[in-house]
Design a protein around this ligand. Sequence first.
Ligand code: ATP
Ligand code: MG
Length: 240
Amino acid sequence: MAVDGLLLQADGIHAGYGKLEILHGVSLEVRRQELVSVIGPNGAGKSTAFKTIIGLLRPRSGRILFDGREITGLRPDQVLRLGLAYVPQGRIVFPQMTVLENLEMGGYIERDPARVREALERVYALFPILAERTRQKAGTMSGGEQQMVAIARALMTTPKLILLDEPSLGLSPKFVTLIFEKLVEMKRAGYTMMVVEQNAAKALSVADRGYVLELGQNRFEGTGQLLLTDPEVKRLYLGG
Ligand SMILES: Nc1ncnc2c1ncn2[C@@H]1O[C@H](COP(=O)(O)OP(=O)(O)OP(=O)(O)O)[C@@H](O)[C@H]1O
Ligand SMILES: [Mg+2]
């Protein structure tokens, strides 16, 4: 373990799609036990940054270190096995499968059934509603419930770090509040997280630290409180 508790360090990442470069030197860091929020306008490259960190995209340059080793260029399954889980934008669940089957799919890299049961118990403690709905087909659940399934599935590997891309996107206000409460509960339970969020003010208010990305570059960074009260950040990203 790094002395300073640094768990993830993405340094000077250049990445994109085909010939198109989207990230022009983005740097993001997460320390153990932190909740880090990443905000920024549509198209800023937030999802692209997450996709590059977890290995869906290969960076053209820059380095990604996770838990003391270099993961630049590794595949998503290799990164997952090292303890880095990812909840993609769009609350993707297996709609025809039950809640339990979705969770079991999340734990597929775990061979030991006892450890799968332990992981299930931890997940149900955090999301009691899923314990009551184990046999319900995920596709028949509400949007907010499906997002809980998607998050819970990522927790089945007991990751060291979870990247969540827009967990509250498209949810009703009640579920937006609930998802943010869950993030706070997860942090309290010891999980380390980095979250991309459209709900910038809410995301910064629960975060230890935050980043603002714009046009594929770092624009601002600091503690959640600092960013929330920064006049420039307020004017540009928090609606006044
Ligand atoms: N698969 C792709 N192929 C080509 N271009 C893409 C692809 N995915 C994203 N882009 C482009 O990359 C840029 C950044 O997109 P990205 O999804 O990373 O932004 P974002 O900050 O997550 O935005 P949003 O807030 O809308 O989710 C956009 O211009 C987008 O059109
Ligand atoms: Mg996105």
